[in-house]
Design a protein around this ligand. Structure first.
Ligand code: AMP
Length: 214
């Protein structure tokens, strides 16, 4: 089973992808995570992407399409993947369609996790992750149970993304509305589109997704 999670930055795509992975035996393919890894490694792609990401704009279609094309050839994707943060433009969606046909795969679901702009800034500027295992937390909504210690792995170092500041969030939202929102009618026209209300609690949203995925 392959699915796409659509929705604004900070809308919960990554959080929900992690919760669905285990139950359905899927792997999360987050182009944002892959690009951050490229930036951290200092690769040619990372060098190109860094300034664009820091400015809250979209990295070129060619780069992300090539990353996904490559990643889908790895054996761990065989059972199915959750595309998180990809596609983000109609050109990427069209490239994904062609790629899926070429690789003998089928996109079973395109699910929009809908959240209006207002709560996004608070959601994004408060979030942080465990440096060791990547578990996600939030200053206001989801503090670790013991202060400064990761619930999942006991790690004590936490990181915040360079682009998770109020100024960049507004630019990322602008990019979402201008370049990514046109994907919604694109998938609605295909018939595999579903909508969930992303303003609910994390666990409620997971339940709604599970109702769709069965
Ligand atoms: P994310 O972690 O999904 O919020 O992505 C962080 C940043 O990486 C975005 O603001 C973009 O600069 C870049 N990025 C991630 N995925 C894509 C994509 N599919 N197309 C273009 N840029 C992307």
């Amino acid at each position: 089973m392959d699915l796409v999670l659509l929705g604004p930055p900070g809308g919960g795509k990554g959080t929900q992808a992690k919760r669905l992975m285990e139950k359905y035996g899927l792997v999360q393919l987050s182009t944002g995570d892959m690009l951050r890894a490229a930036v951290a490694s200092g690769s040619a792609v990372g060098k190109k992407a860094k300034a664009v990401m820091d400015a809250g704009q979209l990295v070129s279609d060619d780069i992300v399409i090539a990353i996904i094309d490559d990643r889908l050839d790895a054996p761990d994707t065989k059972n199915g993947v959750i595309f998180d943060g990809f596609p983000r433009t109609v050109a990427q969606a069209e490239a994904l369609d062609a790629m899926m046909v070429r690789k003998g795969r089928k996109l079973d679901y395109a699910i929009e996790i809908r959240v209006p702009d207002e709560p996004i800034v608070e959601r994004i500027t408060g979030r942080f992750t465990c440096a060791k295992c990547g578990a996600g937390y939030h200053d206001k909504f989801q503090q670790p149970k013991a202060a400064g210690v990761c619930d999942s792995c006991g790690g004590t170092e936490f990181i915040r993304r360079a682009d998770d500041n109020a100024e960049t969030v507004h630019k990322r939202l602008d990019a979402y509305h201008a370049q990514t929102a046109p994907l919604l009618p694109y998938y609605q026209a295909k018939g595999n589109y579903h909508l969930v209300d992303g303003t609910k609690d994390i666990a409620e949203v997971t339940k709604d997704l599970e109702k769709i995925l069965g």
